[in-house]
Design a protein around this ligand. Structure first.
Ligand SMILES: *Cc1c(COP(=O)(O)O)cnc(C)c1O
Length: 229
């Protein structure tokens, strides 16, 4: 059968092999299960198979799922979708991580609105590698300033970068994009020691992403199958 559990095991075997190929210890890449638009039954199956990290793109949908899953041992929730400023409060109250911070206003609001009884919110800055206006993410020209600002905020912990390179089946292009991100990450990490996370690689390109230094891959369809409309 090809259920969620089997798909998770297949992905985990692939990840282990890629870690070895890139000369990194086993377990250096975190598997983040992207459960957006998928039913809670599939999240339960993934949690039963041992996954703890789940990614969601829509605040309301995520909160409803979290409520339905309250009986499970604590899961780690990552917000990975575009952020409107009227959603920052709900995100800061209901998530452990945010991967899609791309401007200072959002970073400031997330820090101000993080409830004091919770640990600092883990934040990755989303990078728009190609600099296209239409895509979310900060440009490489602005990333140093945004890192400095984010790192100075009290209730946030700057963990690294996230990127979604333009989709392509050309593995050379995939590799070049990931390599450029990896270089940028290394450069900023030397100034911000809390940076330990490079969130890059999705179902169709996680191989080259891991080989270029990804520490967290975000898999949706590879684990859960096609998303319901
Ligand atoms: C939907 C989504 C994913 C997962 O995409 P798949 O191709 O299904 O693996 C990963 N990252 C982000 C930011 C997403 O929005």
């Amino acid at each position: 059968m090809n259920g969620v559990t089997d798909k998770i095991h297949t992905a985990q075997e692939q990840i282990a092999e890629l870690e070895q190929q890139s000369g990194r210890p086993r377990g250096s890449v975190t598997l983040l299960a992207v459960s957006k638009r998928q039913p809670v039954a599939k999240i339960r199956e993934a949690a039963a198979a041992g996954l703890r990290d789940f990614g969601e793109n829509y605040l309301q949908e995520a909160i409803e799922k979290q409520q339905q899953l309250e009986d499970l041992p604590k899961l780690i929730w990552h917000f990975i979708g575009p952020i409107q400023s009227n959603k920052t409060r709900g995100i800061s109250e209901n998530f452990d991580w945010v991967h899609s911070v791309d401007r200072s206003k959002i970073a400031r609001r997330l820090s101000e609105q993080r409830p004091p009884h919770l640990k600092p919110l883990n934040v990755c800055i989303q990078i728009n590698l190609s600099g296209e206006d239409t895509k979310s993410g900060t440009t490489t020209a602005q990333v140093a300033d945004l890192c400095a600002l984010t790192d100075s905020l009290e209730n946030i912990r700057l963990r690294g970068f996230m990127a979604i390179p333009a989709p392509t089946d050309d593995t050379d292009v995939q590799r070049e994009n990931f390599r450029a991100l990896s270089r940028l990450f290394d450069a900023l990490k030397s100034k911000h020691p809390s940076m330990d996370t490079l969130s890059m690689g999705m179902s169709n390109d996680y191989g080259p992403a891991i080989l270029q230094g990804s520490t967290m891959i975000r898999l949706g369809t590879a684990l859960f199958g096609p998303r319901p409309a």
